[in-house]
Each structure stands twice: as structure tokens, then as C-alpha cells.
Design a protein around this ligand. Structure first.
Ligand SMILES: Cc1cc2nc3c(=O)[nH]c(=O)nc-3n(C[C@H](O)[C@H](O)[C@H](O)COP(=O)(O)OP(=O)(O)OC[C@H]3O[C@@H](n4cnc5c(N)ncnc54)[C@H](O)[C@@H]3O)c2cc1C
Length: 465
């Protein structure tokens, strides 16, 4: 065999496709189902639950539009069944498997954990023994566990999706992308949610204004948001749930909920791989160490996706899979290239970003910042979705767009437009001249661009918006 790919998430699927397209005899082997975490336990199920939360919220608006219905009731087991249907439908409609099979890729699903025997040989729990010139590791990641007494009483985001009913109360530890999505969805479903963040603000990698606006909206919805909560000492099993014991400045405190979900990071899923047998090194954070060609410390082994610990998102995993497979088959020809990476989450309110935060932009640029509030635009008022803002950041010297941060309805979709603008090297004055449709959510970008351009270019001094 020329290439064995381990793991069939987005990175592995694309790596196998690319290797086969380049003529390599390719085997794809994965522990569970094809699709990986992305299809089975991450974005697709999360988005389905977030859609249910959105429908619940929207149904509560019906009265404002003169539509009378009775109070909606969530049938959680039915929703979980729908989530499984969606996962199944997405997999069925994906053309990837057919494409792989047409290219002659051998797929081994449900093979259990694969492990290295030597740099060219892997064995699986199901008894397969595979040998190849090149091996591409696409084994993804897993929730970080904490070495804290009683940690076994806590749950992960995956456990939360599997519950038979919505828990009356939930405590979420960790307010990164996964933690805030779990907290937001279950808050809408009726749990009393407490969100605990050790650092000074939730969503620490977002623009500070985004963290503040999302925290304010969460609190407004009744969620308890505790930033800077201190250090966890232990978790304890209680008759009606789990208690977290924590301390701050020498003062001990506790909080309790029926379910405690810990979402404090994502680590490489290397435990079962026996990397040392292949001479594959990890970095100090435990991710597989790769160079810009995604080659590991073992020359015949490449790695792609979450296992490398860079930006852990589906588009990046796909990019990695392509690059790793190209280099493993053709030699070291294709380094990773810079990408504009929009990021966002389907919380209530949604938030999203692309490019630099305002603080990061100010470190290296003289910037102009334009902020348009959601309650200033027609479409958000029409839809009754006036919470939020759009912040556009541009370089004063060149007019190029450095970043965009949006909180509010369709934030994730809005920043896609800016991602294209940044990738195309568009200046704010160019963007301001694009007549975006009215009344739309993306239309807010025209106004933000116009306000930014006014601060840079004299010809924009008139007041169009
Ligand atoms: C709750 C949640 C929500 C998310 N939402 C988004 C989102 O909205 N948008 C977005 O872009 N990203 C999102 N992500 C991140 C995204 O899912 C990951 O970045 C992406 O799945 C990474 O792809 P991958 O191919 O590297 O790994 P994975 O998708 O994790 O696939 C790896 C596969 O390898 C298998 N495997 C592991 N070890 C072995 C082994 N030793 N032998 C055989 N098989 C093995 C695993 O079982 C798995 O099937 C989310 C993640 C989570 C947890």
C-alpha cells in the first residue's frame, strides 16, 4: 500500500481523496463511523440543537407579529431523534464516500483504535494489519480532562447531547466556543445554567467587546455567568447532582447543578496511537509536532487536522488534509498557505469574527474602527433582532480591512462576506461602494465600511448612511 490514512473526519477524508487522486493506492481506517467528530459529535449535532433553540425563541416572538399559538413544549427525546436523523441524512447525502470508492480507496470503518507497530505498520483493535510507505495521522482530538478529585462525576459536551431529558440545572465550566454553545442551547431549553470561566472574560479569543456583549446577553436571559471564578478544588457527587468546590483569594465556595459539563479545551487524540513506535514526536501541549509541510518528526508520517493543535475547525482540517496528502505522495512541494479564517458560534446571540481583534490590530497598525449597532438597521428591526453590533477594523494608512466582529442574528453568515473581502484585499472604500441588498443582515457591512472610509478618505465625508 502507498498511503494509510488514520481517522475519517474532514482531515482524513480529504487526505484519502487527495492521495488517491494523485494515484496512490490508499487505505482509510477509522475507529468509528466515517465523518469523524465533525459529522457525528461536533458541528452537525450542535447546529441541529442550536436550530431547535432558535425555533423555540422565534416561536416566542410570534405574538409580536399578531400570531397566536400555545406555548411551545420541547420534546427532548424527539429532538435527539431528529439530531440522529440529521447526522444520518448529512452522511447519506455526502458524495465523499462515493468519490473515495470511485477512486479505489479501501475504507475500514468501525475498526477500533489503530496503533503503530513500527514507522510503516499499523494494527487496529479489529485485527487489521496495514503496511504503507506513507502514513497520514488524522485522528483529531478529544475533550481535555482535569486531574481534579471527583472529575469522574462531570460530563462532556457529548454526554450533554445524550441525555434522556433536559436537566433542570446545568453548570458549564469553560467558556470557549464549546462551553458557550452548550450553555446557550440548554438555557433556551429551560435549564437553569451557570457558566464558569476561570479567566477574566468569556470567549477569551474573541474581541473584548464581543465577550462583553455575549456575557451581557447571557445574563439578560437569566444565565449566571461567573468570570474569574477562581480555582477548582474538587467535584463531589450529591444526591441531586454534582457540586463544584472552588476557591478564590483563599475563600472557598461551592455551586451545584444536576449536570456539570466541563469544556476546558481540546487535546490531541494520541493516547492509543503508540506514536513512539514510529518516532513521531508531540509538542509540549501534546499535539503532534509538524512542520509547514505537515511532516512529522518521522519522515514518512504526516499529520493533519485537530491532532496538530492549530486552528481546530473543519475548513482548516480540510486544508490540512489536502496539504498533508499532497506532500506525502509528491514529496515536499506544498507548504501550508495563509488562510483567512472566519470563526463563529451558534449561540444566542450568535457571534463571529474574521481577522484581527481590535486589541491585536492596534499592536501593529494605526486603525480606524466603525461600529454599527443592530438596532440601527431596518432588517434587524423588522425581524425583532436588534441585539448586537458589527465592528469593522481597517488600517488607516492603506484602507485594508483588518478584522470584523459581529454579535447578533446571522453573525456567522455576515462575517463570511468580510472573509471574502479580506481574502480579495478589498479596501473599506471599495466595500462601501458595493450596493448590498436592502433590507438584509449583510447590509450592515455597507454602513460599517462607509463609516470606516469616512475616517480615512476625504471623498467619503458626505453622509450617505
Ligand atoms: C461541540 C463542537 C462543536 C464544533 N463546532 C464547529 C463548527 O461549528 N465549525 C467548525 O468548523 N468546527 C467545529 N468544531 C470543530 C471540528 O469538529 C473539528 O475541528 C474537526 O472535526 C476536526 O477534524 P479532524 O478530521 O481533524 O478530526 P475529527 O473530526 O475528530 O475526526 C478524527 C477521527 O479519527 C478517529 N480516530 C481517533 N483516533 C484514532 C485511532 N487511533 N485509530 C483510528 N481512528 C481514530 C476518531 O474516532 C474520529 O472519527 C466543533 C467541535 C466541537 C467539539
Amino acid at each position: 500500500m502507498d498511503v494509510v490514512v488514520i481517522g475519517a473526519g474532514p482531515a482524513g477524508l480529504i487526505a484519502a481523496l487527495r492521495a488517491a487522486e494523485l494515484g496512490a493506492r490508499t487505505v482509510l481506517v477509522t475507529r468509528g463511523a466515517v465523518g469523524g467528530m465533525a459529522a457525528n459529535d461536533g458541528p452537525i449535532p450542535v447546529r441541529t440543537l442550536a436550530q431547535a433553540a432558535r425555533l423555540l425563541r422565534e416561536s416566542r416572538q410570534l405574538g409580536r407579529f399578531g400570531i397566536t399559538v400555545s406555548e411551545p413544549i420541547l420534546d427532548y427525546p424527539r429532538l435527539l431523534a431528529r439530531t440522529c436523523e440529521v447526522v444520518h441524512e448529512v452522511c447519506e447525502h455526502s458524495t465523499r464516500r462515493e468519490h473515495l470508492e470511485n477512486l479505489g480507496v479501501t475504507i475500514h470503518e468501525q475498526s477500533g483504535t489503530a496503533r503503530f507497530v513500527d514507522p510503516h505498520t499499523v494494527e487496529t483493535e479489529s485485527g487489521l494489519r496495514l503496511q504503507a510507505d506513507k502514513i497520514i495521522l488524522c485522528a483529531g482530538g478529544t475533550s481535555r480532562r482535569l486531574s481534579i478529585p471527583g472529575f469522574e462525576w462531570t460530563a462532556t459536551h457529548s454526554d450533554a447531547w445524550g441525555l434522556p431529558a433536559v436537566p433542570p440545572s446545568m453548570l458549564v465550566v469553560g467558556a470557549g466556543a464549546t462551553g458557550v454553545q452548550v450553555a446557550s442551547v440548554f438555557q433556551t431549553f429551560g435549564s437553569r445554567v451557570q457558566l464558569f470561566q476561570a479567566g477574566p472574560r468569556i470567549l477569551p479569543t474573541e474581541d473584548e467587546d464581543v465577550s462583553a456583549a455575549v456575557a451581557a446577553a447571557f445574563r439578560e436571559s437569566g444565565m449566571v455567568v461567573r468570570e474569574n471564578f477562581g480555582t477548582i478544588e474538587s467535584f463531589e457527587k450529591m444526591p441531586s447532582g454534582v457540586r463544584i468546590v472552588f476557591s478564590k483569594d483563599g475563600v472557598r465556595d461551592t455551586a451545584e447543578a444536576v449536570l456539570v459539563v466541563v469544556a476546558v479545551g481540546w487535546v490531541a487524540d494520541t493516547a492509543g496511537l503508540n506514536l513512539s513506535a514510529a518516532g513521531v514526536e508531540t509538542d509540549p501541549r501534546g499535539y503532534v509536532r509538524v512542520d509547514t509541510y505537515l511532516q512529522t518528526s518521522a519522515p514518512n508520517v504526516f499529520a493533519a487536522g485537530d491532532i496538530t493543535g492549530r486552528l481546530m475547525l473543519v475548513p482548516q482540517a480540510i486544508h490540512d488534509g489536502f496539504v498533508a496528502a499532497t506532500n506525502s505522495v509528491q514529496g515536499l512541494t506544498t507548504p501550508l498557505w495563509d488562510q483567512v479564517s472566519p470563526v463563529g458560534s451558534f449561540t444566542e446571540p450568535e457571534y463571529a469574527q474574521v481577522g484581527l481583534t481590535e486589541a491585536k490590530a492596534r499592536e501593529k497598525h494605526d486603525v480606524v474602527v466603525a461600529v454599527i449597532r443592530f438596532d440601527e438597521t431596518a432588517r434587524t428591526i423588522i425581524d425583532g433582532r436588534t441585539t448586537g453590533f458589527c465592528k469593522l477594523i481597517a488600517d488607516r494608512a492603506t484602507g485594508t480591512i483588518l478584522g470584523c466582529h459581529v454579535v447578533g442574528e446571522r453573525a456567522v453568515e455576515i462575517v463570511q462576506v468580510v472573509a471574502i473581502a479580506i481574502a480579495a484585499g478589498l479596501r473599506v472604500d471599495n466595500m462601501a461602494k458595493v450596493p448590498l441588498s436592502f433590507p438584509t443582515y449583510a447590509g450592515i457591512l455597507g454602513r460599517a465600511a462607509y463609516r470606516a472610509a469616512q475616517q480615512i478618505y476625504p471623498e467619503f465625508s458626505g453622509r450617505m448612511y
